[in-house]
Design a protein around this ligand. Structure first.
Ligand SMILES: [Fe+2]
Length: 259
């Protein structure tokens, strides 16, 4: 976390770190640090037991909640690998930072003791500003009936590049609407399990949205829910070779510049 806070981000760029699953930390040239879908515990392990599947985390906790130091804690929907009550409960800055997400995630923030004044509700097509971050809500198709309020985010820090992060979503042509916001980078789930985008559908989305770079995620965290990212790389080559593939390493910074 100290490395992230100290990491220099040139004007017109954004730095990002992947912490596993759909969890990313973004840092702006102004020093704003925003977390998306940070799952920093092993709380989902218990969820798989009644189903007889292994949902123990397969990626180490790179930053424990007690050490997380972000300015904004944003969630795309209220499934536990995206809005994790145990992570939120143990955040060291829970009493000061801002929380953002669709209403079911806001309910979880409140249940974990966050006052309403620090909760920012979000929804598809909303346009919000937080310091130098412009956040637009993107459409996402729910993957089951336990949470019908999925969304994606299109993030832009200052005049830097635009990043579209899908969150968990089933495939639909309605996702193509994100193309109208001309994202430079697509961060997409590829695992195909539990009705999420498969690697093939994620590449189809990349072909429609036409980012410069596509980054796979949500294929690494649970033994029951994994996918080889090279399948996505191959699908991109076949469906939209103009979109560059970039596989991130957990915990390593990626500096991404505007075109
Ligand atoms: Fe998920």
């Amino acid at each position: 976390m100290r490395d992230i806070r100290a990491f220099p981000v040139p004007k017109g760029s954004v730095a990002l770190w992947w912490l596993g699953q759909n969890g990313f930390i973004f840092k702006s040239p102004e020093g704003t640090v925003a977390g998306v879908d940070l799952y920093l515990t092993d709380s989902c392990a218990a969820l798989g037991v009644p189903m007889g599947v292994n949902t123990s985390r397969a990626v180490p906790v790179l930053i424990p909640p007690e050490e997380l130091d972000v300015d904004l804690f944003a969630c795309t929907h209220n499934h536990q690998d995206h809005t994790d009550p145990e992570t939120i409960r143990n955040l060291r800055n829970k009493d000061t930072l801002a929380f953002l997400g669709p209403h079911p995630s806001c309910d979880t923030f409140r249940a974990e003791g966050v006052e309403s004044g620090r909760i920012i509700p979000a929804w598809p097509q909303c346009e919000l500003e937080f310091r130098d971050l412009k956040l637009r809500g993107a459409f996402a198709l729910p993957t089951d009936t336990t949470d019908l309020c999925h969304m994606g985010f299109i993030l832009q820090f200052g005049q830097g590049p635009k990043i579209y992060i899908t969150g968990d979503t089933d495939y639909t042509d309605l996702l193509h609407e994100a193309a109208s916001h001309t994202p430079d980078m697509l961060i997409t789930c590829i695992n195909g399990g539990f009705n999420n985008l498969s690697f093939w559908e994620a590449a189809q989305l990349a072909g429609a949205v036409k980012p410069r770079v596509a980054v796979p995620c949500h294929y690494d965290m649970f033994p029951i829910n994994q996918c080889d990212p090279h399948m996505f790389e191959a699908a991109l080559k076949m469906q939209c070779p103009q979109v560059a593939y970039h596989r991130m390493s957990h915990g390593r910074p990626l500096l991404f510049e505007a075109s």
